[in-house]
Design a protein around this ligand. Structure first.
Ligand code: GLC
Ligand code: GLC
Length: 814
């Protein structure tokens, strides 16, 4: 069952009914001002930091589940009927409803009682404001007399405090209203120099800023008293809950179309120019008035919208493909790339499942996110790498998370996740391959954000590499620390106290439990680092790295192989985890994917064997489960993984983040059919027709799909902000389609399904445009390339020596 369809030409997903199984959301903004918006206009906005600078209020886990948002009520002044064209918060039998989620904008609206009203919501580039551009059409045979009521509920800035500290908050709310513009200025009188404003393109007939005055006692979003009565109280909030609502009266002739704009913005004043006059408590509005004036008309809004479209189209056009598989095309060309930008911008902070008050930026997460967007925003990737590296510790370990506003490591979580350092190597390698910008390695970067401790970025990579060698366990495998990629495999935790953090509680000395996953990650990172070292002329260092990788490979062969698959780990008692010897949790996905990606077992058949075991024990029609059998009870020595009911999250859920590792591994063993088959199992577009089972958005990946042991097998959760986005993008573009940036050029090595006759791709790479046509000539994966008619010796296209800006590449596969 579906709730909409893809409009591929317009790069939009069109939702055709408001009652989607869960709110299906989109993001507004891509620089400093951000918003989340659901298909019924729910959601909130914030400036840069979803916790510290929340502009509008949103209540998570609410009932009704998704209320609070960017609402406009329409009231028919003759009948007194009123409704929300966006389908919420009033619920009516709308005659037609659509929500078009596009790239950085959403258009939501409907027809009711002969009036069509659609609102386009977006954040213009380089501005700290959002525009709600509403178009109304009167389809009646008579003139319509209408009132529009806008409404937002302001958040008192710190979202955490706003949701808890009522004894203070109910007394601090302050607003000003001038020329129909509502200014929210709580705490401006003291230490803040920022405020929010809410304006309308029309002269307003009334307004409200006190929540209770607008809604009336005991009422909610669905029945505001002022809307019901067709009035405004012109209330000024003193304490309690400041809101912003305008009332606009309209007369629409039969067939007439009108636009009305509401604009919500964030503004900062210089600290010494907060008040006008200076000795008053009145906001100095001189710097904000021109901004407000600019966006109060439809022409300016249209122009800003065109710029936004051009911006996104420019980013997406960097990589475009046409394959026999529409689900590949629309995810690669539009939605997966778009989601990668969202994960880059927001890390794991604000979605409908991340409340915006929890995690900062993850060292592991953000480094992996690089894999999906470095080609779209190399300069921003570079800056992110340097920020991440600055939170590395002198030991080579890293703060697990850091705060985007301060860029300092987060002490509450600390470090000791022993996989963390290696993701920096992989992130830097991806940047170098994409850009050839070797200068980044010489950038001075501090440790632990301490001024004076700077060392070239290259030195950080050296410490990342050595971190593992200095922390080997009894089998010569890496000690796991608090956790590796799997945050929930907590082998040193042994927590018996309810509510204790599994990630930060450590009751063991950590000298025994080892991770085969980190071993695979280490080997892959060591090979990358050796290549980087060699190219910097550090030949003996490169040698040492390769030797260390070879020794680690040997340890995996000896102690990390279980007969038919790779072992997952050794626990604190030195017993295997992820082995036939275990009662539960006998086989895990992570080491199968990562060891093969690192090249372990490719020569001796173990790679194939491991992947066959994945197919036999872990694969389901909804994707590949994390492990089997699921843990049926809590195990003190395993930690959070066994805290989840079977089939959910890390306990045998389908963790979409690591499925692509198996896709890449299949491609490495030459099985393009298997790689694409796994890809399609979790591809959201391919799951669109089972939206009633999948339930999350069909245009973006979710972190998790419930596994076979769950009563809701196939149900997705935690959409949008997940490493799944980057890894799937990476797997399909670089390993299945095989268009792979490399240090010396663009490698083209497709491993596609047998029945594909070929595909077309366009890729911009280091300023050159590549037009790539792939034709299958035989059943294998052998590649021969011709560039502008000249045959090449292997599958690497070097940058054109003659300064050409476009190359035509003919690829024969067979
Ligand atoms: C979450 C975390 C990520 C971790 C994964 C597996 O997605 O953000 O860091 O690797 O869970 O536990
Ligand atoms: C929980 C989740 C895991 C996530 C972690 C972040 O343990 O299960 O997916 O990575 O929280 O702290």
């Amino acid at each position: 069952m579906q709730y909409g369809y893809f409009d591929d030409r317009n790069r939009e997903y069109v939702i055709t009914r408001p009652d989607t199984p869960l709110p299906w959301i989109n993001y507004l903004g891509c620089q400093d001002y951000f918003g989340l918006i659901s298909n019924t206009a729910g959601g909130y906005s914030f400036y840069r930091d979803a916790r510290m600078r929340r502009i509008t209020r949103y209540r998570y886990n609410n009932l009704p589940p998704d209320q609070g948002g960017r609402y406009v009520y329409v009231r028919d002044n003759e009948s007194g009927a009123y409704w929300s064209p966006s389908g919420q918060p009033t619920v009516r039998n709308l005659e037609e409803y659509t929500c078009r989620h596009g790239l950085g904008y959403s258009i939501i609206g409907s027809t009711y009682a002969g009036i069509t009203a659609h609102t386009r919501y977006f954040v213009p580039l380089d501005e700290n404001l959002e525009i709600w551009q509403m178009t109304l059409v009167n389809h009646r045979l008579q003139r319509a007399s209408l009132s529009l009521y806008s409404c937002v509920e302001f958040c008192l800035w710190d979202a955490q405090d706003d949701a808890t500290n009522f004894q203070r908050n109910f007394s601090i709310g302050e607003v000003e209203v001038e020329d129909g513009v509502i200014y929210h200025k709580t705490e401006y009188r003291e230490r803040r120099n920022h405020f929010a404003w809410f304006a309308c393109s029309e002269a307003v007939d009334g307004f409200d800023t006190q929540r209770e005055a607008f809604f009336g006692p005991g009422r909610g979003w669905d029945r505001p008293l002022m809307v019901e009565q067709g009035q405004s109280a012109n209330s000024i909030a003193h304490g309690w809950e400041p809101i912003g609502s305008h009332r606009v009266s309209l007369r629409l002739e039969p067939g007439e179309t009108r636009q009305v704009l509401f604009v919500l913005g964030y503004h900062e004043n210089p600290a010494d120019r907060k008040f006008d006059p200076p000795d008053s408590q009145t906001l100095d509005k001189r710097t904000v008035r021109p901004v407000i004036a600019r966006y109060r008309n439809a022409g300016a809004a249209d122009r800003a919208f065109d710029c936004l479209r051009k911006y996104w189209n420019g980013l997406l056009d960097i990589c475009q493909v046409e394959t026999p598989e529409p689900h590949v095309d629309r995810m690669v060309n539009v939605w997966n790339a778009y989601q990668c930008m969202a994960t880059f911008n927001l890390s794991r902070s604000a979605s409908y499942y991340e409340s915006g008050i929890g995690r900062g930026l993850g060292f592991r997460d953000s480094n992996q996110d690089l894999l999906g967007f470095v080609h779209m925003a190399p300069e921003r990737a570079r800056a992110r790498i340097l920020d991440l590296a600055a939170t590395q510790l002198p030991s080579g370990g890293a703060y697990h998370q850091f705060q985007p506003l301060t860029k300092k490591g987060n002490n509450e979580v600390g470090s000791g996740f022993n996989d963390d350092p290696h993701w920096l190597i992989l992130g830097v390698a991806a940047y170098l391959k994409e850009t050839g910008g070797w200068g980044i390695l010489d950038e001075p970067v501090p440790y632990d954000s301490e001024a004076g401790s700077e060392e070239p970025l290259y030195g950080h990579l050296q410490r990342s590499f050595h971190y593992t060698l200095e922390r080997l366990g009894p089998h010569g495998l890496p000690l796991i620390g608090r956790a590796d990629w799997n945050d929930c495999l907590n082998l040193n935790c042994f927590s018996e106290t309810p509510g204790q953090s599994f990630q930060t509680t450590t009751n063991k000395d950590g000298k025994v439990a080892e991770s085969v996953f980190i071993a695979g990650l280490f080997v892959l990172a060591a090979k990358e680092f050796a290549e980087i070292a060699r190219r910097r002329g550090c030949t003996s260092e490169a040698h040492q790295c390769l030797e260390a990788a070879a020794r680690m490979t040997e340890s995996v062969r000896k102690h990390g192989w279980d007969g038919a698959w790779f072992v997952r780990a050794y626990d604190d008692f030195g017993r295997k985890v992820g082995s036939r010897e275990c009662d539960e949790g006998q086989i895990f996905i992570e080491p199968q994917g990562f060891c093969v990606m690192a090249g372990i077992g490719l020569e001796d058949g173990r790679a194939r064997h491991a992947l066959d075991s994945v197919r036999q024990y872990l694969a389901t029609p909804h994707g590949i489960m994390l492990q089997q059998p699921a843990y049926s009870r809590y195990y003190l020595h395993l930690g959070e993984i066994s805290s989840y009911p079977p089939g959910y999250k890390e306990n045998a859920g389908i963790f979409c983040h690591n499925n692509p590792w198996v896709m890449i591994a299949e491609a490495l063993t030459g099985d393009g059919d298997a790689a694409l088959d796994y890809y399609l199992r979790i591809n959201p577009s391919a799951r669109e027709t089972i939206s009633d089972v999948h339930r999350n958005e069909p245009y973006v990946y979710a972190q998790m799909i419930a596994g076979r042991d769950a009563p809701t097998h196939g149900e997705a959760k935690n959409s949008w902000l997940t490493g799944t986005a980057a890894w799937n993008y990476h797997a399909v573009t670089q390993w299945i389609l095989g268009i792979r940036p490399d240090y010396d050029g663009l490698r083209i090595a497709p491993v596609i399904p047998g029945h594909w006759e070929g595909f077309w791709a366009h890729r911009n790479f280091r300023g050159v445009s590549y037009d790539i046509r792939v034709h299958r000539e035989g059943p294998g994966n052998r590649v021969s390339l011709t560039v502008d008619g000249q045959p090449l010796a292997d599958n690497l296209v070097p940058p054109p020596a003659n300064g050409r800006a476009a190359l035509a590449v003919d690829v024969r596969v067979g």
